[in-house]
Design a protein around this ligand. Structure first.
Ligand SMILES: *Cc1c(COP(=O)(O)O)cnc(C)c1O
Length: 352
């Protein structure tokens, strides 16, 4: 197609393939659907919604409620169908993107489709943050740096002093540090205070994980009004569907259910982590998220053997430094039990 920009020729599509399995632990979703009472309230709201009318221009109704929930000014919020869209917007707006490797793939993918200059710096030994190299790269050119914290796919939390240094450097050079807090409920961390103190820091959040709303597509950006104005321009007008808005208004009125689910998942995460310690061939990394990164002798073999037992996980061995790794979302206690039994049954087969 010659009508398209040359850089779009032969572009690979997003690395995800749908596979059916009875135990689905491949996308870090919440294993728990929205509580039934809240779903009922959503349905009542939808009953009264005029489907023929456009929703708010920039999700003003949701931003107003979210603003109260977060204690964060409305002018500093952008809400969109999924935080992936906000990532794309930030990358499109960026003169240059800086990333870690491995990292959440949508940063690099967005840079590719928008032909935005992109540089990734490898994590160090033990997945250490390459702070000095990142500081240097930020110094050279004003840059948008994406930092998932807790980090995906390594599941670890970075040190506050390193994040502060990156934020300070971004402020000195006119850059922007984007802290992607997709998993922050599972680490108990919250860097909104840093974004509040420093307009060169922005926070990305999603409703897809702890809130249990992966299917409704919603995420938000907390940033300075200046950054939000730019990003909002990349989200199409009336971009948040009315039904998504109604669901968000409902959960923001009753957010209490999230805490209980997070507590259960944290208990299960620790149980899985401990239970996997004696595994003869797998090494499980400590996690501050709702998933575990596990190094196996052969990711393809582990993936297939688990799938044969009805358990779907995600291979991670295509990432730099993650040879042999798979990623397993924390599921319900029953799902986790099935995963553990399968994991130890593989260990009995040589080289499985
Ligand atoms: C899951 C995830 C997201 C969420 O993307 P949505 O489009 O909001 O579903 C964002 N960042 C990271 C690092 C994630 O793991």
């Amino acid at each position: 197609m010659k009508a398209f920009k040359p850089h779009l020729q032969g572009l690979p599509s997003y690395p995800y393939k749908k596979v059916d399995a009875s135990v689905k632990l491949d996308q870090n979703e919440s294993p728990y659907d929205l509580p039934v009472e809240l779903k009922q309230r959503v349905l009542q709201r939808l009953q009264h919604l005029d489907f023929n009318r456009y929703p708010a221009l920039h999700a003003e109704d949701v931003r107003e409620k979210l603003s109260v929930y977060l204690g964060w000014p409305m002018e500093g919020l952008v809400v969109s169908p999924g935080s992936n869209l906000l990532i794309q917007a930030l990358v499109q707006a960026a003169g240059q993107v800086l990333d870690t490797a491995p990292s959440f793939p949508h940063y690099a993918f967005s840079a590719k489709i928008s032909a935005t200059p992109y540089q990734a710096i490898a994590l160090g030994e033990g997945f250490a943050l390459p702070t000095e190299a990142l500081l240097e790269a930020l110094q050279k050119t004003p840059t948008v740096l994406f930092l998932p914290n807790p980090h995906a796919p390594t599941a670890q939390l970075f040190a506050e002093r390193d994040i502060r240094r990156l934020a300070d450097r971004a402020a000195q050079t006119g850059g922007l540090l984007v802290i992607d807090e997709a998993y922050h409920q599972f680490s108990g961390t919250d860097y909104a205070w840093l974004a509040s103190a420093n307009p060169h820091v922005a926070i990305l959040r999603t409703f897809s994980k702890a809130w249990g709303l992966g299917g409704i597509r919603a995420g938000y950006l907390m940033a300075s009004p200046e950054v939000c104005n730019v990003v909002q321009n990349f989200v199409p007008p009336f971009g948040l569907p009315a039904h998504t808005g109604q669901i968000l208004l409902t959960v923001l009125e009753s957010p209490g259910y999230v805490q209980g689910i997070v507590q259960t998942l944290l208990r299960e995460r620790e149980r899985l982590f401990q239970a996997l310690q004696p595994h003869p061939t797998w090494k499980v990394y400590p996690s501050q998220t709702n998933f575990l990164l596990i190094r196996t002798p052969d990711a393809a073999a582990a993936y297939s053997a688990l799938l044969e037992q009805g358990i779907l996980v995600r291979r991670q061995d295509h990432y730099l430094g993650l040879e042999g790794c798979i990623r397993v979302s924390v599921g319900t206690p029953q799902e986790n039990q099935r995963f553990l039994e399968a994991a130890f049954s593989l260990a009995e087969v040589p080289h499985a």
